[in-house]
Design a protein around this ligand. Structure first.
Ligand code: ADP
Ligand code: NA
Length: 344
């Protein structure tokens, strides 16, 4: 088995935003030199909410290409890494079924994302939305991934992935040993969460995370926003009337200020402390001006490259086809072994 492998994914549900970039895609690119990486466009997760949310077939196809374009534009090398979409590798669905039979209802009942996404009308949520964490565990464990870079919001799902791996390893311990896999078959995967932007907040409300589904376009910076849109969203971002503090402690209880400082830090590669050393004590408008400049400088080239790539769907589809073939080669080995272990 592989020593250090990274798996992660982004849903093709449109409106890719700064939170997806700083919490996930930018970090995917940073990990590619130190790990063996698979980066997936998780299209089977995308269809778990109501069709009005994911937009229907044409929109889904478009969004699959857009996420792929974002991966490439962020500098993820499709030769060094495996870039593919989930639905093209049947092992994800097959292993998810086995995990549906390993995970307990009580475990899934504790998942906060389901509660948030299902809302009040829980009876009407899809079974897929409920079982989503089992599919996510399958995504990760199909490749024996040891590390998963994700935003803070996914921490609970990674814990569930470990619980599933552990129960599978325990339930099938004898079979795992007699099939020659030793003491355990699946690794206990670690999340890689961190940095100053593990949880980027809405620009309109510091208590909510920046999200694809927020009805207010002013709440998020989309990766395809042009410079004018980025500038006006940052200038209009909600803040309090106080100047920036000079020390980290002074950000307590000021979520909007903390969010903008975190964004600046993540985009510039500095720590929040360093950002406050430069801008603390000054007016917010000065800091916002610097943030606009930095954001436009860092995001502009990515947005432009995404637009260029999306205009050439043949190239994107070829990247996905090649990635799927390479992912399948790994997945097929795992599924053959899992079937032996389960007794199928
Ligand atoms: P979303 O949550 O926007 O629907 P996904 O579920 O596809 O997007 O998440 C893709 C990745 O982006 C995940 O690793 C998730 O943790 C990360 N992510 C999403 N929103 C944020 C945010 N506001 N801040 C930091 N990371 C985020
Ligand atoms: Na790599």
């Amino acid at each position: 088995n592989v020593q250090q492998r990274v798996f992660s994914g982004v849903q093709p549900t449109g409106n890719l935003h700064l939170g997806n970039y700083l919490g996930a895609i930018k970090r995917f690119a940073e990990l590619q030199d130190s790990f063996d990486c698979l980066y997936c466009v998780v299209d089977m997760h995308a269809i778990t909410p109501d069709m009005r949310v994911w937009g229907g077939p044409a929109e889904l196809s478009r969004n699959i290409r857009e996420v792929t374009a974002a991966y490439l534009a962020a500098g993820i090398d499709p030769q060094k890494n495996i870039i593919f979409n989930q639905s093209q590798v049947s092992g994800h669905a097959e292993l998810a079924w086995v995990f549906n039979c390993v995970a307990r209802l009580g475990w899934l009942n504790r998942m906060t994302q389901f509660k948030e996404k299902a809302g009040k009308d829980r009876e009407n949520a899809s079974v897929g939305l409920y079982a989503y964490p089992n599919l996510m565990a399958a995504d990760i464990l199909l490749y024996h991934a040891t590390h998963v870079p994700v935003g803070e919001d996914q921490k609970q799902h990674i814990e569930l992935t470990r619980d599933i791996a552990q129960k599978f390893n325990n339930d099938f311990a004898e079979s795992i040993a007699s099939n020659g896999f030793g003491e355990s078959y699946f690794p206990l995967t670690e999340p890689l969460i961190g940095g100053p932007a593990a949880r980027v907040m809405s620009l309109r409300d510091g208590s909510k995370k920046m999200s694809k589904s927020d009805p207010s376009d002013l709440s998020r910076i989309n990766l395809t926003d042009d410079a004018d849109a980025v500038a006006s969203k940052i200038r209009k971002a909600k803040t309090d009337p106080e100047p920036l503090p000079t020390e980290l402690d002074g950000l307590k209880g000021r979520p909007e200020a903390e969010n903008l400082v975190g964004i600046y830090a993540a985009l510039s590669g500095a720590s929040k402390e360093e950002v406050l050393e430069s801008y603390g004590g000054g007016q917010f408008s000065t800091f916002k001006g610097a943030l606009v400049e930095l954001a436009v400088e860092r995001l502009g080239p990515i947005g432009n490259e995404m637009k260029r790539l999306v205009a050439d769907p043949g190239h994107i589809d070829a990247v996905l086809r090649d990635g799927a073939a390479r992912a399948r080669a790994i997945a097929e080995v795992t599924m053959a072994q899992v079937k032996d272990i389960v007794g199928f």
